[in-house]
Design a protein around this ligand. Structure first.
Ligand SMILES: *[C@@H]1O[C@H](CO)[C@@H](O)[C@H](O)[C@H]1NC(C)=O
Ligand SMILES: *[C@@H]1O[C@H](CO)[C@@H](O)[C@H](O)[C@H]1NC(C)=O
Ligand SMILES: *[C@@H]1O[C@H](CO)[C@@H](O)[C@H](O)[C@H]1NC(C)=O
Length: 320
């Protein structure tokens, strides 16, 4: 009897230990900021389009993301311009990791991490861009001296565009405060020279339009113009951290679905990229919404097959 009772006790204490060793499994009382307050959004620039949301994440949410990522940090990579393969580079010296989308727990059948799921929904609500177009959250850590030299979030290689098309927008969330340095800098953004900066800014930040990392704040910027062409002015970098440690989390949102990418049916010029293309075509969207459905001189549309424009305007090309 006694040994039976003690093995039950052992089983339950082992179970409790197992549960608490997985962050996120035990329900958390995490504050969720409301995002219905337009007074907390500032337009930083219109060329490129950059917006700052103050207090987009609560302190507990920031700490929760760091907790999920901390043990998985690896040296960050860049996409090779030609092959699209990931490789190490001195232009990017941070450490980082991708969380699983919604950070599914242990077995993918288990319920999702509510905190991450809520943040994903909040991003969709703020940007008006579908959750399924976004990649999983990446978490980055920059220690003193670490940086990411100015670069574009859109791709130069064809390989990385297959799934979901170009990266359209980036929501960059700051998970920690940084004593000095670590600003996000847009070197060629409009207004770069007129932004007033005192000595609390690093020299790197003084070379452009810059945003100081502040725990819980989020920056949204667009890498493509409204007409779908790439915007070179979206060039941006992470200034070296001078004092302290910077944690941030970029969310990359693509032009099309990243979760359920539609395979091109034949050629790029003759494809439907959305399962609803034929329905939309039947309701007259090819005429009503030609830029999206058919495309224009700069970009191919998403429903060219259903709009039956294959073979027409063969000169159309994808600008990358
Ligand atoms: C890729 O090419 C662009 C444009 O030529 C250049 O600005 C950028 O630095 C290159 N990126 C890398 C990682 O080599
Ligand atoms: C297609 O349309 C249905 C019904 O409106 C909608 O539920 C579904 O999400 C749409 N699919 C895509 C990929 O937009
Ligand atoms: C797309 O929009 C940008 C910004 O307004 C403009 O500079 C560019 O010429 C446009 N490209 C095309 C092909 O319409």
């Amino acid at each position: 009897m006694r040994s039976y009772a003690s093995s039950i006790a052992f089983f339950f204490s082992a179970l409790v230990l197992f549960l608490v060793s997985f962050p996120g499994l035990v329900p958390l009382a995490v504050t969720e900021p409301s995002i219905d307050d337009p007074s907390r959004v500032t337009q930083i620039s219109w060329r490129p389009r950059i917006f700052l949301y103050e207090g987009f994440l609560s302190d507990e949410e920031c700490d929760h993301i760091i907790k999920l990522a901390r043990s998985k940090m690896k040296r960050s990579m860049v996409a090779d311009n030609k092959s699209g393969d990931s490789r190490k580079s001195n232009v990017r010296t941070s450490f980082g990791t991708f969380l699983t989308k919604h950070q599914l727990r242990i077995l993918s059948l288990w319920s999702k991490d509510e905190v991450i799921a809520r943040i994903d929904q909040r991003i969709a609500k703020w940007t008006f861009l579908p959750e399924e177009n976004a990649e999983a959250l990446q978490v980055l850590r920059y220690q003193e001296g670490q940086k990411y030299v100015p670069h574009h979030d859109y791709f130069f290689d064809p390989k990385n565009k297959i799934r979901g098309g170009h990266r359209y927008a980036t929501v960059l969330m700051y998970l920690s405060d940084v004593e000095k340095g670590g600003e996000t800098v847009f070197p060629i953004a409009e207004g770069a020279s007129s932004q007033f900066k005192d000595d609390s800014w690093s020299d790197c930040a003084k070379n452009g339009l810059a945003v100081k990392p502040k725990k819980g704040d989020a920056v949204l910027f667009f890498s493509l113009h409204i007409n779908g062409t790439t915007d070179p002015a979206s060039l941006h970098g992470s200034c070296p951290v001078i004092e302290g440690e910077k944690w941030s989390a970029p969310k990359w949102i693509h032009v099309r679905s990243y979760d359920n990418p539609q395979k091109p049916s034949s050629t790029e010029e003759c494809s439907d990229y959305n399962e609803n293309c034929s329905y939309w075509a039947s309701t007259g969207e090819c005429q009503k919404n030609p830029n999206y459905m058919i495309g224009n001189d700069a970009v191919l549309g998403n429903c060219r097959k259903s709009c039956m424009v294959c073979g027409e305007s063969k000169s159309m090309r994808l600008i990358s």
